[in-house]
Design a protein around this ligand. Structure first.
Ligand code: AMP
Length: 371
């Protein structure tokens, strides 16, 4: 694809959650149509897309239908089977590349990828049995965080050890056995930040200001921008994101999470090869949201301005918290977004809102040529 896709072209999205919904809305604003591949008939994205292919992510007929209906294909969650991405890529253009999915899906290959690039992470070791776990914990001073290597999100499949006893280790090994695991040293971070960055088809790079993220029960609760970090720390995080995008020959938006230590240095935690919850504030505080940025990148349009016109705090609305909507809408400076989910299960992401504040100090967006 050497030119940008014309208005009226169709973008395929694998996955029908809220990220797919917001991508479809951004696509529509730029004159594009969208087709969603998602088994759940009641999914949020189907309510705003032009076509909903109701099929599993590995269903060969569904994949063929998607490949035939679209001019370019993307995905909205990182656990899309790599075989799905490759099978679509055999028939159509798929961004971001399947290699990015592959690197991000396994915490072990992800950390090795970062370290190979010279980006520091928490120390880690693979765990196959109770002995590995005991040895790893001894190496990390008795403290660590045990994670499933694959399919973990929002803190699921994780166990924290602080001063672990032999019995803790035995119990954990029995509980979490059967799936590949990784043990990480417990990082005494001062704060957590993330960078939402993009690479265009022409190799251009752009990043939004880092957000400072607060989690509750492993789920993102709140993102604040600007983050309380030095300009040097923010720059290091942006540079790390740009290096990752370039190394992967990436096209689209990526979300990369970092731990910030008390001396201001950063460790990479993980990356999501997609738009990211900690970038939802961009739809309220920037001229071009992360969703539009992703659509621009994958359709070959120029990347947009990542500058911020306001400081802001984004908060997720989980489960029954969506009942706060009328009250929030009565507040000046609040931008609300609900995902159209009817079942408000406890802990389920139902929407988010962003409170805007006057800009405390103008920060320029960072862009580069990517060469
Ligand atoms: P993750 O699924 O890897 O993003 O982990 C979820 C949350 O657990 C992170 O946002 C951190 O708050 C915490 N966490 C993850 N890994 C570590 C670590 N190695 N040390 C300390 N806290 C961690």
């Amino acid at each position: 694809m050497s030119q940008s896709l014309p208005p009226g072209a169709t973008i395929g999205i694998v996955g029908g959650g809220q990220l797919g919904r917001m991508l479809a809305m951004a696509a529509a604003r730029l004159g594009y149509r969208t087709a969603i591949l998602e088994p759940d008939r009641a999914c949020p994205a189907a309510q705003v897309a032009n076509l909903h292919i109701v099929a599993d992510y590995e269903d060969s007929r569904g994949l063929e239908q998607l490949a035939n209906a679209c001019d370019v294909i993307t995905y909205e969650f990182e656990n899309v089977p790599v075989t799905t991405a490759r099978s679509l890529a055999d028939r159509n253009t798929v961004y971001p590349p399947a290699e990015a999915l592959e690197a991000a899906q396994d915490r072990l290959s992800e950390k090795i990828f970062f370290n190979t690039m010279g980006l520091a992470t928490a120390p880690f070791t693979t765990v196959e049995n109770g002995r590995d776990l005991a040895e790893g914990l001894a190496r990390f001073g008795g403290n660590g965080i045990l994670k499933t290597r694959r399919m973990g999100y929002d803190g699921k499949g994780q166990k924290i050890f602080r001063g672990a006893t032999a019995q803790d280790v035995q119990e954990a090994a029995a509980e979490m056995g059967g799936v590949p695991l990784i043990l990480e040293g417990l990082i005494p971070f001062e704060r957590e930040i993330s960078v939402i960055a993009a690479r265009g088809l022409d190799g251009a790079l752009a990043a939004y200001d880092p957000a400072e993220n607060m989690h509750r029960n492993g789920i993102l609760a709140r993102s604040r921008v600007p983050a309380a970090v030095s300009a040097a720390t923010a720059e290091a995080a942006r540079e790390a994101a740009f290096a990752v995008l370039t190394a992967l020959d990436y096209v689209g938006v990526v979300g990369i999470e970092f731990f910030v230590l008390d001396n201001g240095s950063i460790l990479v935690n993980e990356m999501a090869p997609r738009v990211h919850n900690s970038g939802h504030w961009t739809e309220a505080a920037c001229a071009v949201s992360q969703f539009e940025q992703h659509i621009r990148a994958i359709t070959g349009l120029p990347l947009g301005d990542t500058g911020r016109h306001s400081d802001c705090v984004m908060e997720n609305l989980l489960g029954p918290e969506q009942d706060r909507a009328p009250e929030l809408l009565g507040e000046p400076g609040v931008v609300l977004h609900l995902y159209g989910k009817t079942e408000a299960r406890l802990g389920r992401k139902m929407g988010h809102f962003t409170r805007l504040f006057p800009l405390s100090g103008r920060k320029q967006p960072v862009t580069g040529s990517g060469r």
